[in-house]
Design a protein around this ligand. Structure first.
Ligand code: CTP
Ligand code: MG
Length: 221
């Protein structure tokens, strides 16, 4: 069974709008619906789990996409929302992709590549090269390190896992009070398994700032 968990429980504070960014409408459809549609159409996805905030539960429950299997209320941090999502999966041998609801440009081929990579690996991330050199600085903004650019990739979503592994990772993280920015980070931090990186897509950006919404109005036309 292949599950896609779509995270849509954030507030979108960096966008500074009166609705969370994933609920901004473009051509009569919310950004979240563009994201859901990509997975609903994807031939390898069996079931979609949608995680959203209390205020949008009713709205999300009314969405008519045939693969939506459950709609549930998320948590305070992204990590809490994804834990709630993965814990809805009973099997331990399912494939699960976790994707940001705020990444509506996700392409079908990338979704497929993620599921396929899970034939070989128990955990995968998607990543793209960085065009700028990245520097590591200390609190005083003094450069500490300039790692080789070719070894640095920018993390995106989807991230993918065998369900038993990601459920275990979230359970340990909760017990240890470990805080991470994303699910692949859990596996890496807890040293539970290798995380393979699937080539991401520079167009698969996360709507983050107001400017991204302005651009989305053009791109999602
Ligand atoms: N997310 C979530 N639950 C949270 C926080 C975030 O499901 N408690 C989701 C968001 O809805 C988004 C994805 O995780 O689709 C990536 O998070 P981010 O881009 O940080 O979104 P927000 O937290 O909503 O934005 P901001 O950090 O600007 O407030
Ligand atoms: Mg956030």
């Amino acid at each position: 069974m292949n599950y896609a968990i779509i995270l849509a429980s954030g507030k979108g504070e960096r966008c500074g709008l009166d609705v969370p960014k994933q609920f901004v409408k473009i051509n009569g459809k919310t950004i979240l619906e563009y994201t859901i549609e990509a997975f609903n159409k994807n031939e390898l996805t069996d079931k979609i789990i949608l995680v959203t905030s209390k205020d949008y539960l009713d709205f999300c429950k009314k969405l008519k996409y045939k693969k939506i299997f459950m709609v549930t209320e998320g948590g305070k941090r992204r990590q809490d929302s994804s834990r709630i999502g993965v814990n809805l999966i009973k099997e331990d041998d399912a494939k699960v992709l976790i994707h940001d609801g705020a990444r509506p440009y996700i392409k079908n081929e990338l979704i497929n590549n993620c599921y396929i990579a899970l034939d070989k690996f128990n955990a995968i991330n998607t990543g793209v090269e960085t065009t700028d050199t990245i520097m590591e600085v200390d609190e005083n903004k003094i450069i500490k390190k300039i790692p080789k650019r070719k070894n640095l990739l920018r993390c995106q979503t989807p991230q993918g896992f065998i369900s038993g592994l990601i459920k275990k990772a979230h359970k340990i993280a909760l017990e240890k009070n470990l805080s991470v920015t994303d699910d692949a980070g859990l596996i890496v931090n807890l040293e539970l398994d290798d995380v393979f990186v699937v080539d991401g897509d520079i167009e698969n950006i996360k709507i983050t700032y107001k400017d991204d919404i302005i651009k989305a109005k053009e791109r999602l036309k």
